[in-house]
Design a protein around this ligand. Structure first.
Ligand code: FAD
Length: 630
């Protein structure tokens, strides 16, 4: 049999972004031997790219902020499809997780009084995003890594071995979760550099693998986002929730072609930037939907006053939730009022001083200067929607992060439920910290309560090896790069921002054809650093999650958040009660089923005015609300 390096841990965390690192810290603090595995170099996870900040109702800039307001904003942003318990835990615990990060060594920007500074972002009623310029993700990862190093130093002092209780396996890809008797027993993967295989025997695995953006052609996501965790969860028998909800960020670069899709942070709008069409018009005032009309300015003057006097004015519609802004840009371009390169203009140059822009948006300045030769202190940027975030993901227990398969946990972007149909900006970084900690704790408690560790079956390891080596046995098969490009084009064209039944049906058909081809894609020979081979293995994951998105999008006959159906334009209260749940069979074929959305308890419903609830709830739900009130 092929040589396989074997390791044994209590908890294996797949992913070294914010969620994975926070989970690993918690598992190690609970006394469990913990491994962290990541595809990329340690410190290069996608979280590093996060720019704007982490949302937490600390009330540092506006003392009216509190968890109830954050909860309300999150539910509104998700159009009431969020798992209420996740939204509640997140709003309550995010401030503590941010302050805790400073005890690990983070240093956020400050207010004049020395508190953690908080900035405005779309959908948040008050300035709420703790930030470090526009490089917040970098600080978050740096600090969590530093905490891990400090734990390793403690372990060295106690045992003489830095890696006694927590070890990082970088540039290592996991291809299979193994289970025995229905419970997780470990996972299997390969070192990217050597191609050598590894087996981890572990009763608990935490998925923290991030998103799926690389299945789409235009995306802000990095190369790692191939939906591995989503697919691993499906193959191990877990469920994915609401995969139709994909966030298209309104502002990605549209030019030059080589960088199309790269993110232009929402902080540009939070700090005063406005969107204009080719006629110079601030068009967002024409796109405020009824559900948000009361909270947004009606005139440019009122919107502008809000930046300095938020208590007496309503915020500008450029700061509507992302799904609204992305659809508005799409509509302007379609109506022929777009910029020369197919986007719209984002203008901060005429509204803020060069000094302000350099201080608050240093990365954006460099990004545009170096990639597009545009000086954003002097000219507007051209921007358009880009696939950015997946709200759908692994169904978990909100309190522990446990998936429906014993021993499997998930946190961060790979998990589902928290953000409903649309995530508010800044709510991901805080989600990683809140639910990363909870999943680490959940995994450690699960292991502590196990009477015996499930044993990895040799046959499962043999099968994992065969699957991994299969692309070498298909000489003459199609190139994985070609098939990947076709999948990306299919999802971009047929399952993008605006969706229609015939196109979604066509997408499902094309994906079925692509599956046949993916089963024949061939890797160039040699396991030593072989990106073609890696892509062959990633492709089956991208195809699987692509199928989930297409099938769920076809099933949901309404428009809500990150799912817009041209043929079903409105929100439906009945559909709001439905979670769409994907499962897969042994042949990786996906099925979508309906499952009820957990009902929000009355104590949380009461945080909203009845007139607002009436926009989302069914008649029967409203009647029950009224009855309880009488
Ligand atoms: P990641 O940070 O992506 O980490 C995933 C990890 O899993 C990586 O280490 C990867 O190597 C590993 N991995 C994946 N598959 C495998 C495998 N098969 N085997 C082994 N390892 C694997 N959110 C905010 O809240 N505020 C912001 O300001 C913000 N700005 C953003 C800016 C950009 C440009 C982008 C793209 C996103 C932004 N987001 C922001 C979203 C946020 O950054 C992500 O949702 C979040 O970082 C995801 O974190 P994570 O821990 O779930 O996953």
């Amino acid at each position: 049999m092929t040589d396989i390096e074997r390791h044994s841990y209590d908890v294996v965390v797949i992913g070294a972004g914010g969620a994975g690192l926070r989970a690993a810290i918690e598992a190690r603090l609970a006394g469990k031997r913990t491994a962290i595995i990541c595809k990329s170099l340690f410190g290069k996870a996608h979280t590093v790219m996060a720019e704007g900040g982490a949302a937490a109702a600390m009330g540092n800039v506006n003392p009216n902020d509190n968890w109830q307001v954050h909860f309300r904003d999150t539910m509104r942003g998700g159009k009431f499809m969020n798992h209420w318990r996740m939204a509640e835990l997140h709003a309550k615990e995010a401030p503590e997780r941010i302050w805790e990060l400073e005890t690990y060594g983070a240093l956020f920007d400050r207010t004049p009084e020395g508190k953690i500074s908080q900035r405005n972002f779309g959908g948040h009623e008050y300035p709420r995003l703790a930030h470090v310029g526009d490089r917040t993700g970098l600080e978050l990862i740096r600090t969590l890594q530093q905490k891990i190093v400090s734990l390793q130093q403690e372990d060295y002092a106690a045992t003489g071995d830095y890696e006694a209780n927590i070890r990082v396996f970088a540039e290592t890809t996991i291809t299979e979760i193994l289970s025995t008797g229905g419970a997780v027993s470990g996972c299997f993967g390969y070192y990217r550099e050597s191609g050598d295989f590894l087996l981890f025997e572990a009763p608990a695995v935490v998925l923290a693998t991030g998103g799926i953006g690389k299945s789409f052609k235009v995306t802000s996501n990095s190369w790692e986002y191939t939906g591995d965790g989503h697919a691993l969860a499906l193959r191990s028998g877990a469920k994915l929730l609401n995969m139709e909800f994909v966030q298209f960020h309104p502002t990605g670069m549209v030019w030059p072609p080589s960088v199309k899709g790269i993110l232009v942070t929402e902080s540009v709008r939070g700090d005063g930037g406005v969107l204009r069409n080719a006629d110079g018009k601030r068009f967002m005032f024409d796109y405020v939907p009824d559900v948000f009309r009361k909270q947004y300015a009606e005139t440019e003057e009122e919107g502008d006053r809000w930046y300095t006097d938020p208590d007496n004015n309503r915020r500008p519609p450029e700061l509507l939730p992302r799904d609204e802004v992305a659809r508005a840009i799409n509509a302007e371009v379609k109506a022929g009022r777009g910029s020369p390169r197919g986007g719209v203009f984002l203008d901060i140059a005429s509204r803020r001083s060069a000094e302000f822009i350099h201080k608050r948006l240093p990365s954006m300045y460099h990004q545009f200067k170096e990639l597009a030769d545009v000086d954003i202190t002097k000219e507007p940027m051209e921007v358009g929607p880009t696939c950015h975030y997946v709200m759908g993901g692994v169904e978990v227990d909100p309190d522990t992060g446990a998936a429906t398969v014993p021993g499997l946990f998930a946190a961060g972007e790979v998990s589902g439920g928290m953000h409903g149909s649309n995530r508010l900006g800044g709510n991901s970084l805080s989600d990683l910290l809140v639910f990363g900690k909870r999943a680490g704790d959940g995994a450690a408690s699960y292991v502590a309560g196990l009477p015996a560790r499930p044993v990895v079956a040799d046959d499962d390891v043999t099968a994992a090896v065969q699957t991994a080596l299969a692309p070498f046995e298909r000489a003459g098969g199609p190139s994985p790069y070609e098939v990947h490009a076709e999948l990306q084009q299919t999802l971009n064209d047929l399952v993008g921002i605006i969706r229609r039944q015939p196109e979604l049906e066509q997408a499902v058909e094309r994906i079925a054809e692509l599956r046949k081809r993916i089963d024949t894609v061939a890797a160039p020979p040699g396991r030593r650093y072989n990106p073609g081979w890696h892509l062959c293995l990633d492709l089956r994951n991208m195809l699987m999650v692509g199928e989930c998105v297409a099938r769920a999008a076809l099933e949901r006959q309404e428009s809500r958040g990150g799912h817009t159906r041209d043929d079903y334009p409105g929100m439906s209260a009945d559909w709001r009660q439905v979670n769409l749940v994907c499962t897969a069979n042994d042949a990786d074929e996906v099925t979508v089923a309906h499952q009820p959305l957990p009902e929000m308890p009355r104590r949380l419903q009461e945080l909203f005015e009845r007139s607002e609830l009436a926009k989302y709830l069914t008649e029967a739900e409203l009647a029950a609300f009224d009855q309880a009130a009488s």
